[in-house]
Design a protein. Sequence first.
Length: 615
Amino acid sequence: MLLSVEDLDVSFDTGDGRLHAVRGISFDLDRGETLGVVGESGSGKSVSTQAMVGLSSGAIVSGRALFEGRDLLTMNEGDLRAVRGREIGMVFQDPLSSLHPQFRVGAQIAEAIRVHEPSSPKLLRTRVLDVLTEVGIPDPERRIDDYPHQFSGGMRQRVMIGLALALRPALLIADEPTTALDVTVQAQLLELMNSLQREHGTAILMITHDLGVVAQVADRVLTMYGGRIVERGTRGDVLTHPHHPYTRGLLASVPRVGSQRTVLQSIPGNPPSLLVEQPGCPFASRCTFVHDACLEGFPAEKHISAGHRSACVLPLSHASPVVLPVIPEATTEAASERDLLASIQDVRISFPGARRGFLGLKTDTIVAVDGVSLDIPRGGTLGIVGESGSGKSTLARALTGLIPLTGGRVEFEGRDISTLHRSERLALRRDVQMVFQDPYGSLNQQRRVGSIIADPLIIHDAAGPRGLRPRVQELMEIVGLNPEHYNRFPAEFSGGQRQRIGIARALALNPKLVVCDEPVSALDVSIQAQILNLLSALQTELGLTYVFIAHDLAVVEHIADTVAVMHRGVVVEYGTVDEIYRSPKQEYTRTLLAAAPHLDTASSGPRGAENGMDA
């Protein structure tokens, strides 16, 4: 046994009272094993591991966390520093914020080694080069002296993995290491972690909300909710025969690649407040099977099968595969029969290179989009997929008129938008709106939600006869927000609710086309399902047309009628969802589909990780 956690309890004193983040959890981790911890944001996944290694500032921690027989919770700061890095490595979600921007990556890895194992500069550089080579950084002799911003997201995460494993720790804690990464990069990183684990026998504690990742790498799975462990078992048990309603709800929220289009079953309600002491099951308020016994106390873990336990009062027969209802084919047909709302014709977009050197000479021009032509049928959804840097978002901004074209034309209802006069461009803004990836970054945090949603109505003098506030509250109700929260600030809403605010703002002027740029990539699976269902319902109700951009192929398959696959500024394949996902013609498309995580537990590792490296 490498790690044994017993009755771990973590809380924080806040201005509103004591926040009870983790409530007496216990689990074990063996050497060379991968344990997946899943759950929504706020379930206590990250806090529990950070508290174990002394990284939760201000936390009130009790219980035991025995690592190789030593209790991490009773160690002083000096002893913990000696353990962190050398015996326990950590990989965080955002490598750009975890790596110091003003230090070269080689120097940062060297510092991590030097703190624990002093050596000569020459030997240290050799070890750093070995680390970079091991994690697949191309041309390490040159890249060792580069800064973090000179690496792509996938390469920065490779550096973080190298930094965490440089001293061959016995335990690697990976906290959302693949969130927001392209599917091919994600597959490469998961395969890298698996291969390093096989080579060095490292145990991995994988924290993620992506059930597809868990299905690819975990040996055992813990499901957390409200600071408690509600289900545990082998990967096969938990993912194929889940028992707890929360685990089943998570699995029902996930769109599948390559399967029939299904109705996503989002979990109703919101996670419980951790400031309120709840004697019963924390999931009771959202559970459709709630019993009186659920409210009296937290249920004892029930033995489902060998190694499979669930903290739920439901009978053992509730452990069964999750089967989602299939959307009738008639609702996804006839996209080709619709008239065109917009079209992209031989569009080229390039940007001047950065100035370098003493004379400020320009580097080569960067071609972001190179001769793309696409049709956008009225009332349908065009999905655009591809890796980061493929030109997806640049093309979206060109479609909305936010950036100029280098060549080609974009037509909306038969008119070239580049030739529109000022008043006509203003009118175009009514018909074409955009929903952005980061709902927190795209909303002004100093303004109230009501005024944010009202902006388009004020700019276009379109409040209507009933007045501004009733129209804004109507929009809030349409997207599933409480109209009474009109005067709240964005920070007072959850991530999914903030994305609903962005959708309400986009719908304010009754647009004909809504461009969604990665609108669900950073959301929990249950919240993602709510937003996808909302977009589908609004399309049916309001006759909207979508351009939906994402790197998650399962999401695009679920919502789109036609799909364009982009690679290095070019559309390499275009067709209906069935054509792209069932019989792809291009090798690049097949690579993307092979790299996408599946909820198929028969596979023990990432599927078809691309051998090539990103820059």
